[in-house]
Design a protein around this ligand. Structure first.
Ligand code: DGT
Ligand code: CA
Ligand code: CA
Ligand code: ZN
Length: 586
């Protein structure tokens, strides 16, 4: 939602970038320019029309005369002629498949030209009926890889990424909270539990029984509701115009709030297990409350906490409600005290215009200091091998280090930490010499190439470098596009532990890497985690919330995450790594 025109332009520019990508090497420049403009628009703080009115469009980063003209055209006419023209010259429907494992531009071009295929359905059919296998260069391995790619892609066709669902869910929630008849309103279902992907968005509200009709009508008639699927007394289901996704709104009485919230938050597995235990203790739980089986009397219903306490449980946070041991521990009052957003002391990975970020370091510092209560930020631009990301050579690095020092001087505080996201090379070596790495406050090493091999040894070797403090997005997966590379996690965790190397929870919405399962696994093995937004635009800093959700789903306490600590403490963590090296512990 947000700014409607901005978001429409973001989409068009992204699609134009894709068209140029499909067209190949000679359009590479335009492909990148439109991608950049699209990202810039996505993080714009004001409505695009404002810039048009103030005549400041061309002052925006990445917007030249041509691009500004197209934006004006769109605002005036609702169309961009060039875009319509370009669309006709390519199999447009296939373009969002270009980044899926096994597909790629060249493969799609081949398929389109040889088989005259231009829809996704036709590709799927041709894969299954063997006609793609008949094209030269499409052997059995290749076709299998494409089939795997399709399966990965399916996850985002059918379900929303947590971040996308959160953005929509919270907008709808805030809209509901403006309705005077509504007392309480909360997200429920998988969204409240912060699951990695979300099937549909569930929202619970409470109001007086007499006001229900008004709430139902309001909700079914909103601007953002497309089709209305169900319109009952206590439930409305709509399809959102914006993204075709379902929102289920349930309306309950104020005095049933806690029991209804517990019920509609789920998970089903958690609820079923809870009800079994309740029964053994002589209680019955429903969305209306917890009742004594013997007397039929309602004992509690107002808050979730009341219901858990009636059973003798401690409160179980929604993120843990998956029946993965939280019930047993909740019963003993031994649940971990989960990390909170407020515990985060700084952001450990972000990019500036020194590599592929959109903003200057000054703009980043200004934005973060204004909006977040952090003690430090770590700027980690790319090293030289990351060509697509405009990786820095040594000269640029030294220039950046110099600039960071003067920013800090100006602030009169070592707020900006000099970091680097250094590429792990195919042989496990690093993109920069140890001598240069020693200049940084924080070194994150990441894999950005060769996703098709077993990368265990590369990562282990990187961990064993005493200058490497963290492994970035450790599995390399991109949700819906690319699976994790092959990696022996048991070994990597073990190495991270004995070398004192942190593993990152990268909070980019399509990465979420480590995911909740691996992050939990890491914590259980005593590996230190760091959470970072990997921001490339100012709006991206909001992803910290997502990173913390992953950590909470992974049962992380404050102490399990390095960037809840002061920089002095982080220095101790780094120092220990050196001491271990000196003692030949690795
Ligand atoms: P999703 O939408 O697939 O991401 O997953 P959920 O967990 O949001 O599932 P959904 O939307 O079908 O239902 C929302 C909540 O309603 C769910 O978390 C718990 C509750 N619920 C739904 N069906 C049942 C059921 O058969 N038994 C119980 N106890 N609760 C249910
Ligand atoms: Ca749901
Ligand atoms: Ca639902
Ligand atoms: Zn990276």
């Amino acid at each position: 939602m947000g700014f409607k025109k901005n978001m429409e332009l973001v989409k068009i520019f992204m699609e134009m970038s894709n068209i140029y990508k499909y067209k190949g090497a000679e359009e590479r420049f335009r492909c990148l320019a439109y991608l950049k403009a699209s990202k810039m628009l996505a993080s714009l703080p004001k409505n695009i029309s404002t810039y048009l009115q103030n005549d400041t469009l061309e002052g925006l980063s990445g917007i030249g005369e041509g691009m500004a003209g197209k934006i004006k055209e769109y605002i005036r006419t609702g169309k961009i002629k060039k875009f319509e023209e370009l669309k006709k010259g390519v199999p447009f429907e296939l373009l969002d498949m270009m980044d899926i494992t096994g597909f790629g531009t060249q493969s799609l071009k081949n398929i389109h030209e040889k088989l005259h295929i231009s829809t996704k359905e036709e590709i799927i059919e041709a894969l299954h009926n063997g006609s793609i296998a008949k094209i030269k260069g499409f052997g059995k391995t290749k076709v299998n890889k494409m089939l795997v790619g399709l399966k990965i892609h399916k996850t985002i066709e059918e379900r929303l990424l947590l971040w996308d669902a959160l953005e929509v869910g919270e907008t709808v929630l805030n809209w509901l909270r403006q309705i005077p008849e509504i007392h309480n309103a909360e997200l429920a279902g998988s969204l409240r539990r912060r699951k990695e992907t979300i099937g549909d968005i569930d929202i619970l509200v409470s109001c007086d029984e007499r006001a229900r009709k008004i709430v139902v009508k309001h909700f079914a008639d909103t601007d953002f509701a497309g089709q209305v699927l169900v319109k009952g007394d206590t439930m409305v289901s709509i399809i959102l115009k914006e993204n075709g996704r379902q929102v289920d709104l349930r309306i309950v009485n104020e005095d049933e709030w806690g029991s209804a919230l517990l019920y509609f938050t789920g998970s089903k597995e958690h609820s079923v297990h809870l009800r079994t235990i309740a029964k053994e203790k002589g209680f019955k739980i429903s969305e209306y409350g917890i009742f004594s089986i013997k007397t039929g009397k309602r004992i509690a219903s107002k808050t979730e906490k009341d219901i858990y306490s009636t059973l003798g449980f401690q409160y179980i946070p929604p993120e843990l409600r998956e029946d993965k041991g939280e019930i047993e521990l909740g019963q003993k009052h031994k649940l971990p005290e989960l990390i909170n957003e407020n515990d985060i002391a700084g952001d450990m990975q972000m990019h500036s215009i020194y590599s592929d970020g959109l903003n200057t370091m000054e703009a980043i510092v200004h934005h973060v200091r204004k909006n977040y209560d952090y003690k430090y930020i770590v700027i980690t631009d790319h090293s030289r091998s990351s060509r697509i990301a405009h990786g820095m050579d040594k000269k640029r690095v030294l220039q950046q280090l110099h600039e960071i020092r003067s920013i800090n001087k100006e602030l009169d505080e070592d707020y900006v930490k000099a970091g680097i996201e250094v590429d792990i090379l195919p042989d496990g070596g690093l993109d920069f010499s140890d001598e240069l790495l020693a200049e940084f406050d924080w070194v994150t090493a990441s894999i950005h190439s060769r996703f098709n091999i077993d990368n265990t040894d590369r990562i282990i070797k990187a961990c064993e470098n005493p200058f490497v403090n963290c492994i970035g997005h450790p599995t390399g997966r991109l949700i819906g596009k690319r699976e994790s590379y092959q990696i022996d996690f048991e070994k990597v965790m073990e190495t991270a532990k004995y070398t004192n190397t942190a593993l990152e929870i990268n909070a980019q919405p399509d990465r979420m890497d480590l995911n909740e399962i691996l992050a939990k696994f890491a914590v259980e093995r005593g590996v230190m985690l760091s959470i970072s937004t990997d921001s490339h635009a100012l709006k991206n800093f909001e992803f910290m919330k997502l990173g913390v959700s992953i950590a909470r789903r992974a049962w992380c306490k404050k102490g399990d995450v390095l960037n809840t600590r002061s920089w002095e403490e982080i220095n101790k963590f780094k120092l220990l790594k050196f001491e271990k090296k000196l003692k030949h512990e690795y």
